[in-house]
Design a protein around this ligand. Structure first.
Ligand SMILES: Cc1cc2nc3c(=O)[nH]c(=O)nc-3n(C[C@H](O)[C@H](O)[C@H](O)COP(=O)(O)OP(=O)(O)OC[C@H]3O[C@@H](n4cnc5c(N)ncnc54)[C@H](O)[C@@H]3O)c2cc1C
Length: 389
């Protein structure tokens, strides 16, 4: 007899753990399957939106549990074309801190919380197949570290298995990443004086390097044109050397961890839901970390999925609807920013305009951080303030 659950969640990153916690807290039986074992590394620039606070609170994770994995940041200084602007965020109640995270620790806390809420967390358990067909998914096939396989039945299978999602591939809904095609590289450095309470983003011609303080380290992350011919280490050093302000920042520092990467950054899917299945987090699509919203988006998407699964009716339709409501305007804004980022002259111009218009910078920073509606950054006046002559 195979085991049966209300939900089988594939992947215990932020999306999968948040969903498993959200479902289990509301009485559902949940199996959370993770191919690795926490704490596991994750290639990430580790700069998270202020709004993760509300999502973590909603899933019942006490600040004491996740704050040791985070440092508060006042915002991000964006450098381009010889100009600099502080991108910070505020909502109706006032200024909001972004967060520099230790992803190994943060993700482990979320997975522990899902288990404490009642989800069955199984690590070193890789999903290698689906039970049922594309027309109706009924469960997953799991391979354990000892090579043994098990078929597990579930009312709904949720792919939360990241930007290289096996579930999306098995469902044949994944699509090629055509643009932007970038190589993501990250590494931890020793902390740097004067860079304790904010991050920096240094943009060059269609690529960028970000610096973000995280607990006990400085995260150095970059998104570079995709070129698989040169080794990651050489590309990492060359990018730092090409940006004198970054080279100077890191002059007295030292790399204290391995360089991790993702190529290409991003993931595209044709559908996010169907009969018996949903995709959440990066598995449901991810563009680029420039606007820094992957982690918040993973948590927010998990909430949308939990609400759809627990409501009566068509789960896939309810989930698609809720995602559109939560993400459509922000996605349009992120694509607009990607367009500007790919046109170096335009980015320098926009940063110069924002430098002399702090209120416009605040509005855009807050919209990108989900602290005010993304549509606020689209009004004709807002666009004029950033891109006008
Ligand atoms: C270079 C880079 C920099 C980034 N920087 C930022 C940033 O600064 N801020 C930000 O908010 N976002 C950033 N992101 C994006 C962010 O990391 C993701 O959006 C976030 O991790 C998504 O969470 P997730 O739970 O969907 O996926 P993941 O965190 O990738 O978790 C997926 C989990 O699924 C597991 N898994 C995979 N396959 C299987 C399988 N077959 N069976 C079982 N388990 C499986 C994996 O082991 C993993 O634990 C960055 C991404 C990259 C590539």
């Amino acid at each position: 007899m195979s085991r049966r659950f209300d939900a089988a969640v594939v992947g215990a990153g932020p999306a999968g753990s948040a969903l498993a916690a959200g479902l289990a807290r509301r009485g559902a039986s949940v199996l959370l399957l993770e191919a690795n074992a926490h704490p596991r590394p994750k290639a990430c620039a580790e700069y998270a939106s202020p709004r993760i606070v509300e999502e973590l609170e909603r899933m019942g994770l006490a600040p004491d549990a996740w704050r040791p994995a985070a440092v508060p940041l006042r915002g991000m200084d964006l450098y381009a074309g010889g100009h600099r602007v502080r991108m910070s965020s505020a909502d109706r109640l006032g200024p909001r801190s972004a967060w520099g995270l230790d992803r190994r620790c943060f993700d482990a806390r979320l997975a522990e919380h899902a288990a404490a809420c009642g989800a069955i967390l199984e690590e070193r358990a890789r999903v290698v197949g689906l039970v049922g067909g594309d027309d109706l998914v009924r469960g997953v096939r799991v391979r354990r570290a000892d090579g043994k396989e098990e078929a597990v039945r579930a009312e709904v299978v949720v792919g939360a298995d990241g930007a290289r999602s096996t579930v999306a591939r098995l469902l044949r809904v994944d699509a090629p990443v055509r643009a932007p095609r970038r190589l993501g590289l990250v590494a931890h450095y020793e902390r740097v004086d004067d860079l304790e309470d904010h991050g920096e983003m240094h943009a060059a011609r269609g690529w960028y390097v970000g610096l973000a303080p995280v607990p006990g380290a400085l995260n150095v992350g970059m998104a570079l044109p995709l070129d698989r011919a040169r080794p990651a280490e050489a590309r990492f050093s060359a990018a730092i050397a090409a940006l004198p302000a970054v080279a100077e920042r890191l002059g007295a520092s030292r790399r204290i961890g391995p360089i991790r990467g993702a190529a290409p950054i991003g993931h595209r899917v044709r559908q996010v839901a169907g009969s018996g299945w949903l995709l959440i987090g990066d598995a449901a699509g991810f563009v680029d970390p420039f606007t820094g919203e992957g982690i918040h988006r993973a948590l927010r998407g998990a909430r949308a999925a939990a609400d759809a699964i627990l409501a009566d009716g068509d789960v896939a339709a309810a989930y698609r609807r809720e995602r559109r409501r939560a993400f459509a305007a922000k996605e349009a804004l992120s694509w607009l920013v990607q367009g500007v980022l790919s046109a170096p002259g335009l980015l320098g111009h926009a940063v110069a305009r924002l430098e002399s218009r702090p209120s416009a910078a605040g509005r855009l920073g807050s919209a990108l951080a989900d602290c005010r509606p993304a549509s606020d950054a689209f009004s004709p006046r807002a666009v004029w303030e950033v891109l006008g002559p």
